[in-house]
Design a protein around this ligand. Sequence first.
Ligand code: RRO
Length: 300
Amino acid sequence: MINITGIELKNPTILAAGIMGTTGASLVRVAKEGAGAVVTKSIGPEPKEGHKNPSMIDLGYGFLNAMGLPNPSYPDFKAELAIAKKDAGIPVIASIFGGTEEEFVNVARGLIDSKPDAFELNVSCPHALGYGASVGSNPDAVESITKAVCDAVDVPVWVKLTPNVTDIVTIGEAAQRGGADAVVAINTVKGMAIDINSGYPVLGNRFGGLSGRAVKPVALKCVYDLYTALDIPIIGVGGIYTWEDAIEMMMAGASAVQIGSAVHEGLNVFSSVASGIEEFVSKREYSDITDIIGIAHERL
Ligand code: RRO
């Protein structure tokens, strides 16, 4: 058992926000595969269809996506969240977004009756004009949105950070000042790919966010730097496929890890990462899993 922001998790693997979190049924499915907690797809104030196809491509070393925040809006997601809460048997975290402080508050208030265990504020989608990173690269906006949601709801608030900024620590500090209970790092890294036969960018939106194996070193450095600067827990996400990846992330400073892209290689990733971590901790004779958090900082 580990405790993150007052929430008990049976293991430190968490489904990252994304397409597997679109319905109550898909969240329950991931829960049954052994995840310690699940995060929903980001839910916003209005229904959104998302960007035109292709919206996701596999580059081999990672995925490039520009889904475009597709979601049914919070009134229509309440029932899905309620299903997940009833049947998942593990904590369910609602990822939410908005273009303004007021929209974030409305979405959080609108979902609170479905009893999410925490909110994850998505201030970091890399390709949503008026949403996402334009909010998440502004420390004042991150601080005031975080504070407004913390004041409006009585569950823990996690803030998901974008790596597409000059200094992620400045943004993490703003989230902490706003009262965030934890930060989640990182959302996807802005990128693009071009089809050389046609000359067109391959995504319908032309550019998108890179996830998967390619971003693990970027995520690790962000988590490492945030751990130095913050007093709140950091949840590490980016390129975690194996238990070794998860240990690395925890040694950089993560208290738990989120897994997104790796679900495309099989949902058994949660149980294999969780059991690998447990075995490593007991074989190396650490007294507790928390003993490995941030130990890379002690190796000077
Ligand atoms: O829906 C998306 O396109 C999306 C979101 Br909300 C996000 O936060 N990160 C991402 O890579 N894609």
